[in-house]
Design a binder for this molecule. Structure first.
Ligand code: 4NP
Length: 163
């Protein structure tokens, strides 16, 4: 593993206003805590463009801020050509995201970059998706944050072991 190697990771969900900006903020906080900011490039995007330009959902921001995370990214739409070229790992939140990403990939090299967030969970292993919290109550957002914190820890160690 080269000292200056960058790990380029893109988190993807549907709207880019709840789950993937949460994953982005939690991953960035973890990397900062570990002093590895120079080695990682972290971003997020949505498969649905309806919220492009918006700040993360107010409920998501509130729940995340109680855990010390600041969610201040602006939603953007996933760009298959640019994003498959730029990133090493494209991490979807649920099965629907994974299917859409697989449809957007044009070759095996791009398909190999697709991962599902829950595959990195080490404590909450009974979940196979980060559930969409948009139509849920407060407990839906808390569950998303619990799962994202678990998965980010696993993802960080996966990166160090695999690159
Ligand atoms: P996200 O949540 O994919 O985690 O950002 C959603 C945000 C918006 C919608 C659905 C899910 N929506 O239907 O507008």
């Amino acid at each position: 593993m080269g000292e200056k190697k960058e790990y380029k990771i893109l988190f993807v969900c549907l709207g880019n206003i709840c789950r993937s900006p949460g994953a982005e903020a939690i991953m960035k906080a973890w990397i900062k805590k570990e002093g590895k900011e120079k080695e990682f490039l972290i971003d997020s995007a949505g498969l649905y463009s309806g919220h492009a330009g918006a700040l993360p959902d107010e409920r998501m921001r509130r729940h995340a801020s109680r855990r010390g995370y600041v969610l201040d990214s602006r939603a953007r739409t996933f760009n298959p050509t640019a994003d498959f070229a730029e990133f090493d790992m494209i991490i979807g939140m649920d099965d629907q995201n994974i299917e859409a990403l697989k449809r957007a990939a044009i070759n095996e090299e791009e398909r190999a970059k697709i991962f599902k967030m829950t595959d990195f969970c080490r404590k909450s292993t009974s979940y196979s998706e980060i559930p969409d919290p948009y139509y849920e109550g407060p407990q839906g957002f808390e569950l998303v944050l619990d799962l994202l914190e678990d998965a980010v820890a696993g993802l960080y160690w996966y990166c160090l072991a695999h690159y």
